[in-house]
Design a protein around this ligand. Structure first.
Ligand code: COA
Length: 267
């Protein structure tokens, strides 16, 4: 914060990411979103590395640049640390299975009573982790790049309806609307776990600034859109982020993940 008592938009965005409880409880009426920085000290990266499974370490080794390797290690380390808090186990003991399109889920051996659904997204040095007991969940995070050829990409990937609505916006609003639209669409396909095997032009989401996030139509089932809630997340200045959940009427809680000295590895 600056000396001013009036928070800047950036301060305000950050202030909404509160301090998490030490032992968060999976709740059938809540969705928890955790935000974390992936730029960590060398000591933290080393500690996170010790939490990873052999297959995660193999994936880490495939990154050419160290910065990307370290962010992957931090992302998986944070994911394990967060899930471990719900499961009351050590982060290194969290085990994953993967769907046909690689969506990670908890391995069947974790007895959680009701399923613990989660998803994560990263962009640059920022990551979001969404956790819920409600149902399928997807989260996406995109860094807004004002110089991106938004309309050209939209024509290639978005539905006709979305391309039309994007084109009607004032030109100065299009780049931001494009990234919000992209984040909403990716959050939905990530919740379904289908990856880009589901063409992005086969469903519509809202995109205009100020318009609440919503899945308005899917080409394959007139009843599907009503099953889902979509919402925007304020991940911080310069980012567009969205959350898709199969279900309605939940309470959203947003927390900042900070790994404390001594950390999760010791648990
Ligand atoms: C899911 C996907 C759209 C996200 O891509 P992205 O924008 O580059 O990355 P994001 O930061 O939003 O999300 C990445 C995270 O989503 C998760 N994820 C991976 N595949 C996923 C899927 N199919 N559905 C939901 N989440 C997925 C992972 O946790 C991943 O992070 P990690 O690898 O560090 O653990 C993209 O990875 C994709 O299309 N994957 C499918 C790949 C596929 O079809 N594989 C089949 C192999 S046979």
């Amino acid at each position: 914060m600056t000396g001013s008592s009036v928070p800047s938009p950036a301060d305000d965005a950050i202030a909404r990411w509160g301090k998490p409880p030490a032992a968060p409880v999976q709740d059938a009426a809540e969705v928890h979103v955790w935000r974390a920085s992936l730029d960590r000290t060398p000591e933290e990266i080393e500690a996170f590395r010790h939490l990873l499974s052999p297959d995660e370490l193999r994936r880490a080794e495939r990154f050419v640049f160290e910065v990307h390797r370290h962010r992957f290690i931090a992302g998986r380390g944070c994911l394990r640390s967060i899930l471990a808090r719900y499961l009351a186990i050590a982060p290194a003991d969290v085990a994953f299975d993967y769907g046909p399109q690689d969506k990670p889920q908890l391995a069947a051996g974790h007895a959680t009573g009701q399923p613990l659904h989660f998803n994560l997204a990263h962009s640059d040095a920022l990551a979001l982790f969404a956790v819920t007991g409600i149902g399928a969940i997807g989260v996406d995070l995109e860094q807004i790049r004002p110089d991106c050829p938004a309309e050209q990409i939209a024509r290639h990937f978005f539905s006709d309806n979305e391309v039309d609505r994007l084109g009607r916006l004032p030109s100065e609003e299009r780049a931001t609307a494009f990234f919000h639209c992209w984040a909403r669409k990716e959050a939905f396909i990530k919740a379904k776990g289908v990856g880009l095997s589901l063409p992005l032009d086969q469903f519509d989401v809202t995109l205009a600034p100020g318009e609440p996030a919503s899945l308005t139509r899917t080409a394959w089932d007139p009843g599907e859109a009503a099953q889902w809630s979509l919402r925007s997340l304020d991940a911080g200045p310069g980012f567009a982020a969205a959350l898709a959940v199969r279900g309605h009427g939940y309470r959203l809680r947003c927390w900042q993940f900070e790994r404390t000295a001594g950390g999760e590895a010791a648990r």
